[in-house]
Each structure stands twice: as structure tokens, then as C-alpha cells.
Design a protein around this ligand. Structure first.
Ligand code: ASP
Length: 455
């Protein structure tokens, strides 16, 4: 049995939904189909989820958002027209959505989640209607009825363990099951969404729940690439990678697959296959527990920006018991989560995502570190990028760090910091944001023996 998830671009138009139909019905093992909301049809198009967010904001601010409501309905209408679906389905979607937008806005986060989730929910109804029209037995499944229970954290739900057991019963249902991605229900029966891009998470939870043999995740690229395809043209495709490699790559900007989506599949040992709706015969990329071919030390290079580094130094810091704890405690007081803490004997840097700070909180934090920890200096460096080179093969290869550092030196990139996790699956280099692309090119050329054609 397979769980198959389709992303927004795979459902953006009637034409795309026809492709989804052919993919699903070409393999009888494809039992559970998870759908996103219709995404972008072309580069500057707006995703239905973003239209819904604008719609919810209008209702919260003015008690009305007719224009935005209609923009959403137009997307469904276009699809229904193309697929020649009967008017009932659009009436049903319109009635359901109207009921939601006219609901209680007194808790804006909950209201927002209910409106956002309707994108997936209505898409699932539409897809089920199309399958039925084509003579295939398919049923829309509501996450509440199926028992997908999540924590009550709007926009950041976490699955609750009972869900897996509840979802197992889906195995015995007849026909193809069309399940909306991106949300579940709290124990109080309220809709709560996962973080953005969260339909991948739903698919993984379902794969675990029904103990699928594989979780196929259909998107709009042939594979996970070894480097960001927006930087480099025709980057190398990755055929196979481990859960941990994928986790590291998606942390630092590989957006093909949601980083939270790996956990349920990983726990149940279910392989994930990333595939392309527009080219379904391509093998895609498999994410597995262990891969045989190590392909040299590095499997992929990722980068992300928008970081800053709080650099603290104090003579004899290494002997002061509790220094690190006190420092991190100050950050905790401001609700900051930190990403890395590279350190020397008398200095430590705390890397945080810059958007968490503003001028005022930054000044307060610096002042508290100076006064409470009596440090020699504290400096905040802004606009940093983190470049990660990732690969299980690094554990058994000598000299990877030297090769990376030499490549960056040849490209004239100044390394601001270096960090390697204890698992030895990745190495991270902090550089100035303006040098991000140059650094990525240099590392890609070094480890993949290609000369980069820049985008
Ligand atoms: N539609 C949601 C989003 O745009 C979830 C998803 O597509 O996975 O974030």
C-alpha cells in the first residue's frame, strides 16, 4: 500500500489534476492520496493558501472580504470548469467556505487556521468528485473523522500519538481515499494547521498510520538536487539519500520536502520517494535509512541566510562554571531560539535567526550580557549565511574540511565560523550573506568536479 502526496503545483489547474488522476490510477497500490491546496500555475501566480490568508485578514480587520473570497472561489471554479464537474461541487465548496469566513473571529489565530485549512479541504473534495466522475471509487476523508488529532498550536500543530492508531483503520476502507493535507483537529475538535508547507507532514503521518510500504511525494522537480537549482543550472540529481542527510539539507534551505515531515516516516522505517507529477516515469529521489552508495564524502550543499552571530568573549571563560547556561538563559528570556554555538576557550558565538531580533531587543540583550556576565566584549554580527555540506560519507573520508576550506580560500571567501555536528554528517561554514552564492559555487565545484554554470 502506498501513500501518495501531491503538492500545490500538481493541483494548480484542471490539467494538473488530470495528471494526478492518471498517476494514482496507474498503480493499484496507491490507496491514500494527500492533497495540498491549489498552488501557483505560473511564476507570479498566487497560491490559494495565500489568497485564503488575505481573505481571513480582511474578515478579521473589516468583518468582510468579499473580493478575496471571490478570488479563492474563482480558482476552484476554473478547475471545475476544466474538469467539467457538476455545479453541485462548487456550491458545496462555496457554502462551506462562507460558513467558515462568517465564523467567530474573536480568536484570530484559530479563525486564520480554519480559513487556511479550507484550501486543502476543498481541494480534496474537488479531486474526489473528479475521480468519481471518471468512474473510479474515491472518497473524500475528513481528518476529524479519520482521527488525525494534533496539539492546539495554531499554525504549528504537532501530531498527537493516538492519531497513528486511529488512522490505521483507513487500510480497511474501500476505494481510493482523498485526504486533505496541512491540518488536523485538536482534542477540542478545532481545526489546527501545521506550519507552512505542512501537507508533506500529513502524508508522512498517514504513511506511518497505515504502515505504507512507501510514501510517494509528488512535486514539480525530477529529483532533490545536490545544490539549489536557483543558483546553478542543471545541478546534479541525488538518487538516494538518508533521512539524516535530508534533514540536514532541508534545515539549510532545501525546500523540496518539509523538514518536520521526515519524522513519522523515519520512525516507521518507510522510504520516501520524491517524484515529479510532470514527469512521473523519472525515478526521483529516494530517502532511506541507509544507502549503499556513499558517492564520495558530500551528497549535497545547502545554504540559508538571515542569521546573526552574538560573539561573546571573556578571559578564562573556559573555567567559569555555568557561563553557557547563563548566556543562553538571557536569550531564553527574550523567547529566542538559537541555531548553533561554536566556541573557543575564551569565546563563544550564538547564532540566531535575525528576524527574531529588533534593534531594541538586541540592545537589551547586549546590555544584559555585558552587565550580568561581566564579559570583555560582546559584538553582534549581522547578515550572515550558513553554508552546509552534507553527506554520510564524511565520517569515513579524511580531509573533507581541508578541501572545503581550500575551495573557499581560492574563491576569496572569508570564513566567519566553522561548525561540525557530532554526527559528522554535515559541516557548516558561516560567511557574509553577500558571499553566499560564491561560497556555494566554490564548494559545489570542489565536491562535484564540475564547473558551475551560474543562473
Ligand atoms: N497549502 C499549504 C501551504 O501553502 C500547505 C502545503 O501546501 O503543503 O503552506
Amino acid at each position: 500500500m502506498k501513500v501518495v502526496k501531491f503538492g500545490g503545483t500538481s493541483l494548480a489547474s484542471g490539467e494538473q489534476i488530470e495528471k494526478v488522476f492518471h498517476i494514482v490510477t496507474s498503480d493499484t497500490e496507491r490507496k491514500v492520496v494527500v492533497v495540498s491546496a491549489p498552488g501557483k500555475r505560473y511564476k507570479d501566480d498566487t497560491k490559494v493558501t495565500d489568497l485564503l490568508i488575505a481573505c481571513a485578514q480582511a474578515y478579521i480587520a473589516n468583518g468582510n472580504g468579499k473580493e478575496q473570497f471571490e478570488a479563492v472561489m474563482d480558482r476552484y471554479q476554473d478547475i471545475a470548469d476544466y474538469l467539467e464537474l457538476s455545479a453541485d461541487i462548487i456550491d458545496r465548496i462555496s457554502t462551506d467556505l462562507l460558513e467558515i469566513v462568517n465564523g467567530d473571529t474573536s480568536n484570530p489565530d484559530k479563525f486564520m487556521d480554519a480559513v487556511k485549512a479550507s484550501g486543502e479541504d476543498n481541494c480534496a473534495k474537488l479531486v474526489a468528485a473528479y475521480f468519481n466522475k471518471q468512474g473510479v471509487e474515491a472518497h473524500y476523508v475528513n481528518p476529524k473523522e479519520a482521527g488525525l488529532i494534533v496539539s492546539d498550536e495554531p499554525g504549528n500543530a504537532q501530531v498527537l500519538p493516538d492519531s497513528y492508531e486511529n488512522l490505521r483503520a483507513l487500510r480497511d476502507r474501500s476505494g481510493i481515499l482523498i485526504f486533505p493535507g496541512f491540518f488536523g483537529y485538536s482534542e477540542n475538535d478545532e481545526i489546527v494547521t501545521f506550519s507552512r508547507g505542512g501537507s508533506d507532514i500529513t502524508g508522512s503521518i498517514l504513511a506511518n498510520g497505515i504502515q505504507a510500504d512507501i510514501y510517494e511525494n509528488f512535486t514539480d522537480v525530477d529529483a532533490v538536487y545536490a545544490v539549489n537549482p536557483n543558483f546553478v543550472s542543471e545541478p546534479r540529481e541525488i538518487k538516494e539519500l538518508t533521512y539524516q542527510e535530508m534533514r540536514e539539507l532541508s534545515y539549510a534551505g532545501f525546500a523540496v520536502f518539509h523538514d518536520e515531515a521526515l519524522i513519522p516516516a523515519f520512525r516507521a522505517g518507510i522510504p520516501v520517494n520524491i517524484k515529479n507529477t510532470n514527469n512521473p516515469s523519472a525515478p526521483g529521489t529516494k530517502i532511506v535509512n541507509e544507502r549503499k552508495n556513499t558517492n564520495g564524502p558530500v551528497i549535497g550543499i545547502a545554504s540559508d541566510n538571515g542569521f546573526c552571530s552574538i560573539d561573546v568573549s571573556k578571559y578564562l571563560m573556559n573555567r567559569e562554571v555555568g557561563f553557557g547556561r547563563k548566556l543562553l538563559h538571557i536569550l531564553e528570556d527574550y523567547g529566542l531560539s538559537y541555531e548553533h554555538t561554536p566556541s573557543g576557550i575564551d569565546d563563544i558565538s550564538v547564532i540566531v535567526r535575525q528576524h527574531q531580533l529588533n534593534e531594541e531587543t538586541e540592545a537589551q540583550i547586549v546590555k544584559r550580557i555585558q552587565e550580568e556576565l561581566t564579559v570583555d566584549s560582546v559584538i553582534v554580527e549581522h547578515d550572515l549565511a550558513m553554508i552546509m555540506i552534507v553527506g554520510e560519507g564524511m565520517r569515513s573520508n579524511v580531509g573533507t574540511m581541508a578541501r572545503a576550506a581550500a575551495a573557499l580560500a581560492r574563491a576569496g571567501v572569508n570564513i566567519e565560523m566553522i561548525n561540525q555536528g557530532s554526527s559528522e554528517v554535515s559541516m557548516m561554514f558561516g560567511v557574509k550573506e553577500v558571499e553566499e552564492q560564491k561560497a556555494v559555487y566554490a564548494l559545489y565545484e570542489e565536491f562535484f568536479a564540475v564547473s558551475v554554470v551560474e543562473r
